[in-house]
Design a protein around this ligand. Sequence first.
Ligand SMILES: Cc1ncc(COP(=O)(O)O)c(C=O)c1O
Length: 430
Amino acid sequence: MVGLKNYGLRTSKSRRLYEKACKVLPAGVSYIIRHFEPYPFYTAEAKGSKLFDVDGNEYIDFWIGHCSLILGHSPPEIMEEVKQQIEKGTQYGTSHELEIALAEQVVGMVPSAEMVRFTNSGTEATMYSIRLARTYTGREKIAKFEGGWHGGYDAVHTAVKPPLDIPESGGLTSGTSKDTLALPYNDIEEVRRRVKNEEMAAIIVEPVIGAGGCIPAEREFLMGLREICSERGTLLIFDEVITGFRLSPGGAQQHYGILPDITILGKILGGGFPVGAIAGRQEPMQQMDALTYKRPRFSFHGGTFCANPITMTAGLATLRMLEDGRLLNELDKHGDYVRGQLSDIFEKCRVNVQVTGVSSLFHTHFTEEEVKDVHGAFRADRERLLDYHLHLITKGVFFLPGKNGALSTAHTDEDVNRLLTEAEAYARGV
Ligand SMILES: Cc1ncc(COP(=O)(O)O)c(C=O)c1O
């Protein structure tokens, strides 16, 4: 409650903006997850690891653009190239060299990628991947996992968070729900049992459950999925929107040594600009080639801003900085340190906390039980988590309340130590 009062005192301009926003934006926001109680602050500027709000408050940003900004806000190396590209055109609407260069870069880095198509968001990439899998296999059903978040597309908008039988949105048809099986994460024996008699176009999985609690898959689980898909002619889709270019230069598939048929990419790939991509083996990807496959064997993908030259420029510059793995190795060490220290701090203060995550991703669950899936994540004390995050916000450390944290190369030791100091202050007060 002290957190609430402090927040109100520090954010009066944001409160006024929120009231204005509510008249023209439902819930005052452009994406419901950006809303938090009592109201979100409004950002005026961002640089490196920091956000600055309209009231002049400074925050160390561990949400870092929905975990997309692995080099921090507006990294100078990327911005320089973007500025040059702006002079050359912002939206060609025609084919251009940059899209080839970024596709080649992705193929060079992501082990299973032979061909690529760009979209403007992870959601779009999911949508077109599922359509592609259906076209390629001639089957309708797909399987996803409990707690899996793949964006707002109908086919994957079920079983995201408990209670799992309530869809994430209204407006889904009964056909949509019937065609999507929801399977338990990290439980390969149960998956085998449930899919035994199913004809599936695709199994889509996050190698690290993101929004559902920042929970890494066990290797045997992903291996089991690979086996099931290979045996049954089902496409294995890795949703690497979060893990791509973060867990390693080649993403989670390189980290685990397991290759999917199709990979969905987003976030980091755009270098700070809107993006998504479908990458995969040549054979299924070719199904998007209307010169080879006539209707209805052709699988459509496209859009006005696909392969936008600004995004391609920023993405290419970003991937080139990540490809040798040096920056990612450093980030991983930082991630290990943060997870270890947070665990120790809460343990020392006798607060039951499980810190999950891998690489440069982390999440704090207020529970004593090990968190292995979304059920465990939602059995944890979520009110306590929101209170903890609001406390941090009033101390200038930003997590989107209730969500994962991520590190960027812009985060300094000082930034990380500030988080640890404020986490300890909170733990002592619990
Ligand atoms: C794993 C995963 N897949 C897909 C998406 C959807 O991406 P977008 O928000 O760009 O549509 C997200 C977004 O957070 C995500 O975390």
